[in-house]
Design a protein. Sequence first.
Length: 318
Amino acid sequence: MPKENTLYYIILIIPLFVAFLVVITLILLVGGYWIPAVTVLLIAFLINRRTEAFALNFRSSQNSERGKIALKVLTYNLNRAYSTSVNNGSEQDVLNLVNEQEADIVLLQEFNPTLYSEINEGLKKNYPYGTLNDEGNRFKSVFSRYPISDYHQLTSNGEIQPICVMKVEVNGRTCYIVTCHLMSNNFSVACREIKDQGLRMIAGIKKVNHSIRQGCAIRRQQTEVLLDYLKEIDDPVLICGDFNDVAKSVTLQKFGKDGFSDAWWNRGFGYGFTYWGMKMRFRLDHILYNEQVTPCWIRVIHSNLSDHRPLVASFSIE
């Protein structure tokens, strides 16, 4: 098995391992084994700090810092790109959920406004500025209370990337907002092919490994394209969307090395999973920010209207 795949699997199971260590700690405490309990808990804490599995921010700022601009954003993979998309709830339910958050900018992935016009028209009433990009069938829509002065679909070597960069004028301050839907591991596709082709266990494992390796490689390339585009920008930047990757993966580490921080790790609390499809629980949706931005709070909205949950956060901008 390739080294990158092995590391990826380890990252995926780390949250379970940390939770297991906490349970062991409680059992030891009940048994009166204080020193072993403290030791195990310390190990869990250090692993968690290294892997950013569970955010432990007990306090967060509810308001923007005085003298700074407040900006609230919502990112949500709606899983409504095609007529065959299967979801719970009605279009009105989705509309109500998004409007209740009162975000300044709403970033939707896998949303086809032609097929789901009620959501589209309803959001337009509260958000006078917006864009739509359906290149590559990723269907990324943006609804904004603030003017969008520029909108750029990234490309690389002539290939369209699932990344859009917008220049938004927020109360006189230029900000760059990125919406993305990075490459998936296509785990469900691999599983379906295994079933349809009647593959045995070893062949099935190889197919899944290949799918994951391919997904990681493409996400790494897409990340490099975006970071290369942003490297000359000194204004506030928010990168939002479905990254199809977890904390401390190669993808997220690349963003970290280029000065972008994870809003959930710095202002969230708990595991904060945003994807719950196929009986899985992963935090695949993220909001990253650069040093010109300060996170105030962030939360995952509990909803079953899509196989993803919306992520909403508030920021202070210098």
